[in-house]
Each structure stands twice: as C-alpha cells, then as structure tokens.
Ligand binder design. Structure first.
Ligand SMILES: Cc1ncc(C[n+]2csc(CCOP(=O)(O)OP(=O)(O)O)c2C)c(N)n1
Length: 811
C-alpha cells in the first residue's frame, strides 16, 4: 500500500550515525516528550490549565527532522512539534509546562510570554532592546499561529529569503542572517490541514520559485474526528502531489513518503531531503504516514468517540515509541533494562520540571496577592467601623483562594473600592496604590508590544519635509512614486518588490517601470496571482532581515490575504512579546476607480482586522512616497493604500524624493477654516475640498483635515484642536455606513473627548452599504460625492440658523 522513500539522484547522501549513544539519546528525548504529553493532559483535567494539545505519536519523525535542522534554519510549523523543539534544545520541559499554565513571564515562557496556548512554539530573533540577534548562530522557529495552514504563506517567504541571500551578492554583508543562502525553511502541517487553499498555494509557489523549503506532512489519518477520505482526494497527499515531482527535464519538488514509526527510514529521508533543499535549492515534501494520536486530538474530548475499534487497535500497534523500542532491542543498541531506566528517568525528570514550572507560576502571583490582602487590611484599619465587616469578607475570601490568579486580587480590591466609595479618598489610599502598581504591571504583561516598542519604531522616525524649488517638475503622480522606489532600491539592497505585474511592466500603474531592468528580477519581480503567499513571501523574508515591498494589486483583493495579515503579521510582535519582527511594507491601491471589485475602500474591515500593522491612506503619491520612506526607516509592518485614481494627476516632484518623510499619526490641515471641521482621508480629500469650496460660496468656512494615517490615528489630537475652534464636525469617508467613519467618530468624539466642544451633533458621510456599480453614474450614486458632503454640512448650519441657511429642498 505504501511506497518506499524516493531518494533523489545527484544529491549527496549524508551518513547517519545509528550508534548506541545517539539512539539512546533519541529514545530519551522521545520518552521525555511522551511523558510531557501524558502529564500535560492530566494537568488540564486537574484544572491547572484550560486546554492542551500535544505531540504524542509524532515523536520519531520530529527527532529525525531535528537531526537535519542546522543553525540558521527556520521552522514554520504547528502545534504538534514539541518533540522537534525539545530535540533541538529550543524548548525545555519547564518552559513547556510554563506555556501550558500561561505563565506571562518571558524568563519562564520565552516563546510567547504566556500569550499563546500550549503548543505554540517560537524562538527569539531579537534581543531585549529589539535588535536582531545573529540568526545564523541559532536554531530559528517562526512563531506559530493556531489557524491550521496559517503557517504556510510565511514558510514560503522564509525559504525565499535563502534564494535571495544566495543569488544576490549585494546581500553578502548581512552575514548574521544567512551564510550563502544555505538555510532551509522547514514546514510542518497536519494531513487534514493540507485541504486548506493556503497549503496548495504555498506548495505551488515554492515549486515555481525553487526555494529551499522542506515540507513535512504529519499524517495520522484524521483531522480531529474527520477521517482522511473527507480531506484528501485519493486519501493520500503524496499520491495527490505526484504532478509536482521534478523530472530530469522539469523543475519541481522532490517528494518522499515514509512511515512515522520507522526510525531509520525517517532519519535517512530527512537527511536526503534537507541536503537537496540546502544544496540545490529545490523544495521537498515528506509525507510522514502511519502516524498515531495516542491521546486523541486534544483535551477537548476522547478519540474513542469517533475512531473505530480496529483503528484504535492499529494505532496501539503502530505507536512510534514502542516500535522504536523494539527496533533498538532488535539491533542490540540497548537492553530492555536500559530502556526501562531511560523511560523511568524521563518520567521523573518531566514530573520534576512540571512541578517547578507550576511552583514558579504560582509563586509569581503570590506577592501581588499578599499585597492585595494587606492593602484591604490597611483600609480596614482606617475606615468607619460600620464598613469593616464588608471589607473583612472581601479580604477573607481573597485569602481563601487556593490558587489565586492576578485577576482575583484586582477584583477584590476593586470591590473594596466600591464599598468605600463614600469614604474620604485617603481611606482608600492603600487600595488605590495597589491598583496603580498592579494594573500597570498587568498592562505590561498582557497588553504590550502590539507594535515594536524599541527605538526603531516607525513612530520615532522624524519628519523631513518635502523640498521644492522653482525648477521642481510637475509630473504624473506615478512618476513621483517611481522616483521614490528607485531611490529606495538604490539606497538599500535589502529592499525588494514583488507582486502581480510588478516586474516586467513595473506594476499596472507603472510606479516600478524600468526598475526590473535596472535592478534585476530578484529585486523587482513578478509573482503568480496568489495574494496570501505574496504577503507570506514578504513576511518570511522580513523575518530574516530583508525589507520587502509586497503588492496587492487592488485593495479589493486584500480579502484573499486578510487572514494572513491578521492572524500572522499583525499579531507577530504581540504574540512573541517583541521576540520577532517582520517589517513588511504592503502596497495596494484602492478607494475609487469604478466597479464592484475596483472601488474598494473597506477600511473599517481592514483597520479592525490588522491592529499591529500601520494603515496609511495617502491622498496623493507624494504623501505616499514620504510614507514609504518613513516605513523603511522604521521596522514595523505597514499597509499603504494609494489612490487608484491618482496616478495620472499632476504633482510636483520633491527635490529630496528619497529622503523626505511623512510622520505617522499626524493629520494635515489641507484647508484652514473657522466654522466647520471635516475629517477625511485618501481619495475623499479631493471631494471634500470641492465641497469646502461650495460651502465657502454660501458663507461657511471649512477646515479640512486629512487624517493621512488611520493606524496610528492623530496622536497629537490635532483634530480636537480644530473642533475646539469650529465646534462642528463632519466625518467623510467612502467605506460602508458604520465602517471606518464609525472609527473616526469613536477616535475623535470618544477618544479625544471632542463632544465637549460640539455645538451640533457630529455627522458621518459614507458610501452606500452596497458596492459601487460600474460607470461614473454608478460611482456618483453610491460613493459620497461633493454634493453629498456639501448638503450634510449645510444641514448642520440650517439647523443652527435657518434664516441664514434656509432649507434647500423644502419650504
Ligand atoms: C483554519 C482552522 N480551521 C479549523 C481549526 C480547528 N482545528 C484545530 S486542529 C484541527 C484539525 C487539524 O487536523 P490535522 O491538520 O490533520 O492536524 P492534527 O491535529 O491531526 O495533527 C481543526 C479542524 C483551526 N485551528 N484552524
């Protein structure tokens, strides 16, 4: 039923040692990992952790994979890979349990600082100041996400970076990221998750690009309860992918299939596959079949509910750990006693590590808990006697909590504050002091690092104004962008641009025209139509020190990759507590052309999905160029949405095109006025300016503010300052009603407390709820136009002073 591994021709076959030392050590790692799984599950059932998902049944394949993994290599995998991480020494048993308990201290849980559930692995690429470490000197794992196959786009980019490092000699100076592009990107995925589009998209792209990506499929026949026949045509991903197999005449993949309990074959296969990837830069896939799940999928339920008895019996028989033991005995590499001893020692070691991890987790909260008790006691001693019993009750309840969490202290102290609300503030002092200290500490623990918090944040980039003189040329907007990209490519060899039609023709609006001819295909390149892996290609390369500019051809197609942007890129800094960064620049164009799929301005959807990415909405190409310069000087991800209808509008070419910057979070007043403030951005700026001119004709002086960036938003409260002067505000954008206009309203009225200065209700002008039909009339009657903005603003003044501003359409 199954094939033997296919060993490629023309590739070196590294020798593998199967000496007793090596084999016993592997057995030890496998036993430790298995006991960690077994005990981890018990911890969940004892209520010490909320959920557990473990790597039991996959130990041998991962030990084999670890043997082929070298310093500088990268992993992009999923929640089953604990044995691999143990084998590399990148995860200790204590750290494993610390993550299970959600210990929010990087000293104990360095992968995610307790922010991800167990089985989410990551190494730290950055030091505590946010500077890159030497990635060639460490084993690297990009940070896992829970969404199955979500690791695939990034995996492509991690592999692609090796290609760039090997083929672009200008990158040789980046010797802390790569040694001649020798690094392999190892991917892992479960068999069921290969059904995801992201898997096929990434596999295809890796075949096209010919990058050193070594993909492992852990096949245990199920995806939770759903058996293989529901997931995969022919029930066998290896069989299914045969068309990808390279031949003498056609490049492609090198494919392997190997049984997950066959230690020798696994080790050999991984050595061969990794050598092919590393030396030839050919992608490979290893289908590891006949794997098992001894404890079932996760702690969410028992697999006996859905696996038939014969399958369970088969799994018991094919469990890789007893099989490994039998193989060791058969080959006289250890005695049964010796193996028993290794197993017992492993069990003991795991139990001890588990206890240490639990104790340090509990101890880490003890201090705050005791201080909360003391703070309540201190309040009890000064308050009026009638309230003391209530406080004593709160204190005693807190004292009785067996395993108090941080939230218990906060809830108790806040409850005490409520009880003492009528007491003099001085009587609540101990409580308020405790809260101040602990809320700040918990904010650092649980809310930090949405963005890079180091000096290299894009928010620290100083403004350099665009300079002009009498000789400054007036050109098409796209030429301003072209000059800016040219300057960036010339200045920084780490910069490269990819996307659909970006290479040969220099993008559909020609802001990269001629750049491929000038800088080569590696710097300015075409891609297939595959938005998620275009972004992933950028994420992976950015994780390895490069500065990609990846293009989503039209904003309307960002939906294809919003998952990758949201689940992977946007939360990368947050989920690693600043341990990794991917300063990817995403370029797109949108807002306003014509038609249902070319007018997109779904900013409400975007800004709510990608917190952690800067979202910049330049009104013209000069502002866009300045924003790209800013992003490149910082090191956080940013999405720049150019105005689709602005490439041929005339703009003046700044003299300092490669240097000037547009600061993030700083709106610009593009028209000064005294009666009304209109807040807008992007293509709507021109429409609002038209409306402002109409308003002027009827005696209303309008201040127009271009927010310029939505994330971050008006950090200095410039809009508030305007409203303090005009006392009236309109928010105008072309998203759906309640989309980004609701965000503007919330940021200004609530966030900046601008309601205090309003003499009239704030008004939102937005597009219709449906997408705009094709044609100029379709656009006019669906997206807000100058007349709409004028009338919304005029109505405010009519309500205030109907004599001066009579109703336009009624008596
Ligand atoms: C995109 C997405 N869909 C659904 C889930 C819920 N889920 C978690 S694991 C899993 C099964 C995955 O099976 P497989 O890929 O075979 O990996 P295994 O767990 O068997 O190793 C599912 C459906 C998820 N995490 N992500």
């Amino acid at each position: 039923m199954m094939q033997t591994t296919s060993i490629a021709k023309n590739s070196p076959s590294p020798q593998i040692g199967f000496g007793p030392e090596v084999v016993r050590n592997d057995y030890r790692v496998a036993c430790e990992s298995r006991h960690a799984s077994l005990m981890g599950r018990k911890e969940v059932f004892m209520g010490k952790a909320k959920f557990g998902i473990f790597g039991d049944g996959k130990e041998l394949a991962q030990i084999a994979m670890a043997k082929a993994f070298r310093k500088g290599d990268f992993r992009s995998g999923y929640y089953r890979d604990q044995t691999f991480m143990f084998a590399l020494g990148e995860l200790t048993l204590e750290q494993y349990f610390a993550q299970l308990y959600a210990h929010p201290d990087l000293a104990y849980e360095p992968a995610t600082g307790g922010r991800c559930m167990n089985g989410h692995f990551a190494t730290r690429s950055l030091d505590e100041q946010g500077n890159w470490k030497d990635l060639t000197q460490q084993y690297n794992s990009s940070a896992d996400v829970s969404c199955t196959a979500g690791q695939m786009p990034r995996l492509l980019g991690l592999a692609f970076a090796s290609k760039l490092y090997r083929q672009n000699p200008q990158l040789q100076y980046l010797n802390e990221f790569s040694v001649n592009g020798n690094e392999v990107a190892f991917g892992t995925i479960g068999n069921a998750s290969t059904s995801e589009g992201l898997f096929f998209e990434a596999i295809n792209a890796a075949g096209v690009l010919q990058v050193p990506m070594l993909m492992s499929v852990w096949d245990d026949g199920y995806g939770i309860s759903v058996p293989q026949e529901y997931h995969t045509t022919k029930g066998d991903i290896y069989k299914l992918l045969q068309g990808f197999q390279r031949t003498d005449r056609e490049p492609g993949f090198e494919l392997f299939q190997v049984r997950g309990w066959d230690y020798e074959a696994l080790c050999e296969t991984y050595q061969h596959a990794a050598a092919i990837c590393r030396h030839e830069h050919v992608p490979a896939l290893i289908h590891v079949c006949e794997l098992t799940q001894p404890q079932g999928h996760s702690t969410s339920g028992s697999h006996e509910r859905y696996k038939p008895k014969d399958r369970l019996a088969w799994e018991a028989e094919h469990d890789c750990l007893p099989r490994f033991r039998a193989w060791i005995l058969q080959n006289n590499l250890a005695t049964a006693d010796e193996l028993d001893k290794i197993d017992q020692q492993a069990k003991l070691l795991v139990a001890e590590a588990k206890a240490r991890a639990w104790n340090s987790f509990v101890d880490s909260m003890r201090g705050a808990h005791q201080e909360a008790v003391q703070a309540i006691s201190a309040a009890e001693s000064v308050i009026q006697p009638g309230l003391r019993p209530q406080l004593a009750l709160i204190r005693e309840e807190l004292q009785r909590t067996i395993h108090p969490l941080r939230l218990d202290g906060v809830k108790a102290v806040k409850k005490a504050v409520r009880v003492l609300r009528a007491e003099p503030v001085g009587h609540r002092k101990s409580l308020l002091q405790w809260l101040e200290v602990n809320l700040a500490a918990n904010s650092r623990r649980f809310n930090s690092h949405l963005f890079n918090e180091s000096a290299s944040s894009a928010l620290q980039v100083p403004e350099i104004k665009a300079e002009y003189d009498d000789h400054s040329l007036v050109v098409d907007g796209r030429e301003v962008l072209l000059a800016a990209f040219d300057a960036m490519l010339a200045r920084d060899p780490r910069v490269f641009a990819i996307g659909e039609d970006v290479g040969k023709i220099g993008d559909v609006n020609q802001a990269f025209a001629g750049m491929q001819a000038k800088y080569g295909e590696l710097r300015v390149g075409d891609t297939g139509i595959r938005e998620s892996t275009i972004i992933g290609q950028g994420i992976g390369a950015a994780l390895r020190g490069l500065r990609p500019i990846t293009e989503i051809q039209y904003l309307d197609y960002i939906y294809y990759t919003i998952q990758t942007l949201s689940d992977d890129l946007a939360c990368l800094s947050y989920r690693t507590v600043g341990g990794q960064k991917a300063p990817l620049i995403i370029r797109s164009r949108g807002h306003r052309l014509e038609g249902i799929w070319h007018s997109g301005s779904p900013l409400g959807m975007i800004i709510n999905a990608v917190r952690g990415i800067h979202v910049l909405v330049p009104r013209n190409m000069t502002q866009a160029a300045g924003m790209y310069n800013t992003l490149l000087l910082g090191d956080e991800p940013g999405l720049v949405i150019e105005c689709l209808n602005g490439y041929r509008l005339k703009e003046r070419m700044p003299n300092n095109i490669g240097e000037f910057t547009v600061p993030l979070g700083v709106p610009e007043v593009i028209r000064a006025g005294t009666d009304l403030t209109i807040v807008t951005y992007g293509s709507m700026c021109r429409i609002v300016m038209e409306a402002a001119a109409m308003l002027q004709e009827v005696g209303i002086s309008t201040e127009v503010i271009d927010t310029q960036t939505l994330l971050p938003f008006d950090l200095g409260h410039r809009i508030l300052a305007s409203i303090q002067k005009t006392n009236r505000v309109v928010f105008a954008d072309e998203d759906v009603p309640g989309g980004a206009s609701a965000y503007l309203l919330q940021q200004v009225i609530d966030g900046q407390q601008a309601y205090r200065y309003l003499d009239s209700a704030p008004v939102c002008v937005s597009a219709k709820a449906h997408r705009p039909p094709y044609g100029s009339d379709g656009d006019y009657f669906s997206k807000p136009n100058a007349e709409d903005v004028f009338e919304a603003a005029y109505t405010i003044f009519h309500e205030t002073d109907p004599t001066r501003f009579p109703a336009l359409y009624t008596e």
